[in-house]
Write a protein that binds this ligand. Structure first.
Ligand code: SAH
Length: 348
């Protein structure tokens, strides 16, 4: 059965008019789906029962069920496991910050990128999430917390640019003035570096923030961590990142998961400085580096360096004029690395 939330306003209008309904019904229905966040047809009380019944024959209006919700005692972070209509489960995270509520959503069930330290990719890709399923994670979280979502990061399971059309349709719909109207400036997408898609995203200029999972300052080390580095070298990725900045004017983030003995030495920090300074030399790239202490996963042997080592890495970058932060860990008492909660739930 199709998901009614996959349809944008024009598609919804077309569906209703082919059913012989007046076009204004589309507005009412769109509101129920994307503003009032109805879970199923029963709540849509100002639409006739017969229209609802006819729609229900072909399209679902249900939100995915939250089959598990964990709340951190430390900082209030909530992790959700949602069951999709076909039984697949995904995870999303809700975080409370001073500047508002952030939600981290998944873009695929599993992932086929194969990054060595990541739990989401261990069993490969099951399927893409539709744009409606991406929206629904936010809608359901807003319903369950009773609080407005202000910021969105697409940093859960999956590679969003490997699901490009659904992902960009999601961006258009979540920022739609007739929907939840979340500002595109408050949306960040993270990618392992699919160069043609980064360029396409730059050309289409949605005004969202781009984060690149860099994780190493040279191709050789990067290849040991990320198979995608065999396909795209840094000599292709970095110009694509500059291009993104030129086209959108948005400050770019480099994510750098710090792994003991792999990419955490002074040497690598210096190479990173050179890599970024090399890019800055060609333009006025604004960027910053987000250091992520690696979350160990039981299936692999990666270790997190001592805090002092990560701080030394950060300070070296800063001394060379590169803004760098260490990612604050949220909800550390409610299961570890990205994708782990889902695996725990599935007993993998
Ligand atoms: N596919 C996208 C989104 C992935 S998740 C991407 O590759 O960017 C968001 C970030 O978390 C990525 O930088 C990813 O490399 C990182 N990540 C995944 N597992 C991790 C782990 N166990 N420890 C630290 N960072 C991790």
């Amino acid at each position: 059965m199709e998901n009614l939330r996959d349809l944008d306003f024009n598609e919804l209008t077309e569906l209703l008019t082919t059913m012989g309904e007046k076009a204004f019904r589309a507005k009412q229905l769109y509101q129920w789906l994307h503003v009032k966040l109805a879970n199923g047809y029963d709540e849509m009380t100002d639409l006739s029962k017969s229209l609802r019944a006819r729609l229900a024959e072909t399209h679902s209006a249900a939100l995915p069920e939250a089959v598990e919700i964990l709340t951190s005692k430390i900082d209030g972070t909530k992790k959700f496991i949602f069951r999709m209509h076909d039984g697949h489960v995904i995870e999303s995270v809700w975080m409370k910050y001073q500047h508002g509520n952030s939600v981290c959503i998944s873009s695929q069930v599993g992932c086929r990128m194969g990054c060595r330290f990541c739990a989401s990719t261990l069993d490969g890709l099951a399927r893409n999430l539709s744009n409606g399923e991406m929206l629904s994670q936010i809608y359901q979280i807003q319903r369950l917390t009773g609080e407005r979502v202000d910021n969105i990061v697409i940093m859960g399971s999956g590679e969003p640019l490997d699901n490009y059309d659904n992902f960009t349709k999601f961006v258009r719909m979540i920022s739609d003035a007739d929907g939840l109207h979340i500002s595109r400036r408050n949306i960040t997408v993270s990618t392992c570096g699919l160069v043609p898609r980064i360029r396409q995203l730059a050309d289409e200029n949605y005004g969202i923030t781009l984060a690149l999972s860099l994780h190493a300052p040279n191709d050789e080390t990067r290849r040991t961590l990320m198979p995608i580095a065999n396909k795209y070298s840094l000599s292709e990725i970095m110009p694509a990142i500059s291009y993104y900045f030129e086209k959108t004017g948005r400050r770019v983030t480099f994510e750098y998961s710090v792994v003991q003995g792999v990419n955490d030495n002074k040497n690598e920090a210096m190479q990173l400085v050179e890599l970024i300074q090399g890019m800055k030399g060609q333009g006025h790239l604004q960027c910053h580096v987000n250091l992520i202490p690696v979350n160990p996963i039981k299936e692999r042997d990666w270790k997190r360096p001592d805090r002092s080592k990560i701080e030394a890495f950060q300070h070296l970058l800063e001394r060379h004029g590169i803004a760098a932060t260490i990612r604050r860990e949220m909800g550390s008492d409610i299961s570890g690395a990205c994708g782990q909660l889902r695996r725990d739930y599935l007993n993998l």
